[in-house]
Design a protein around this ligand. Structure first.
Ligand SMILES: Nc1ncnc2c1ncn2[C@@H]1O[C@H](COP(=O)(O)OP(=O)(O)OP(=O)(O)O)[C@@H](O)[C@H]1O
Length: 267
């Protein structure tokens, strides 16, 4: 869990919008609507929430969901101490009390019985029943629930229930348009324009391999990693293999096809 505590008064997190996501999110916040960010890994969802929390001057509490995450992990539990037991709020309860933005990353990884804890917070009631203490907390002004969800993963039995999905306004994220992604790689990867442009061109070509069986396509995050290696003196091809090609696949044919695209991009 990442806890930015009080509202972030430092400089704005760097975020380049791709569409009207900032305006839509602001309206959701004003109307107390929960938001679901849908999109592939590494395309800017977390950075967007950090930016919005800064813009709206709200504290941000981030929770990475996994299949062991229990309702108590979110809401809180009694801790045994030398002088008895003491209640400790979980991150969701703290966000509700503080009026923070609570960001649950990859919410689909959490078990259904954990996810249902969110339901009464997403409708007009905005309440959190804390069964173990008998309290019912009303969310403080400014509280907002935000979840992320990667629809690309094949999940079979594991998916969000319609009764959960329909509680959120969904914002679709994808990799940014070329010029925007070049600007991001330039800035975040300390790259010159030509290198950033070439890396994004390579990224777009590799994303085209999805039709040929590449399960995971390169995210903006991977392109930035390659740029960082290049900026620190690693030869371009080595950087691309290590930061982009190798993390994406172990399958010889696909790796070969990706190597060819690296060579064709950086002639
Ligand atoms: N629009 C953007 N503006 C600025 N930086 C961006 C943007 N999109 C992506 N990035 C960069 O890409 C990195 C990865 O993005 P981020 O961590 O937000 O992805 P994510 O979609 O939350 O991924 P995951 O689903 O794996 O958590 C960021 O740390 C940032 O450097």
């Amino acid at each position: 869990m990442t806890d930015h505590g009080a509202a972030d008064t430092s400089a704005a997190p760097f975020y380049l919008p791709s569409g009207n996501e900032v305006a839509v999110f602001e309206q959701c916040h004003a109307h107390k609507l929960a938001v679901m960010l849908k999109g592939p890994t590494g395309c800017g969802k977390t950075r967007f929430v950090e930016y919005m929390a800064w813009r709206l001057k709200r504290p941000l509490i981030t929770i990475s969901c996994h299949d062991d995450l229990s309702a108590s992990d979110l809401v809180g539990r009694f801790l045994i101490r030398h002088d008895g037991t003491a209640w400790q709020d979980g991150p969701l309860t703290r966000a509700v009390r503080e009026g923070a933005i609570c960001y649950l990353d990859e919410v689909v990884e959490a078990r259904q019985d954990t996810v249902v804890v969110l339901h009464p917070l997403t409708d007009y009631r905005r309440i959190l029943p804390v069964d173990k203490t008998g309290e019912t907390l009303e969310a403080a002004p400014g509280f907002q629930l935000v979840v992320s969800y990667n629809p690309g993963y094949q999940r079979m039995l594991k998916d969000l229930k319609p009764s959960t999905r329909q509680r959120f306004v969904a914002l679709d994220f994808n990799f940014p348009p070329l010029a925007t992604e070049v600007a991001i790689v330039e800035r975040e990867g300390s790259a010159d324009y030509a290198t950033a442009h070439a890396l994004v061109t390579l990224g777009q070509r590799l994303r085209g391999l999805q039709d040929r069986g590449l399960a995971e396509v390169p995210s903006t995050r991977l392109l930035i990693a390659a740029a960082c290696l290049i900026a620190s003196g690693i030869p371009v091809r080595d950087a691309c293999y290590a930061a982009i090609v190798s993390p994406l696949s172990d399958e010889a044919t696909l790796v070969g096809a990706m190597h060819d695209l690296v060579d064709a991009t950086f002639v």
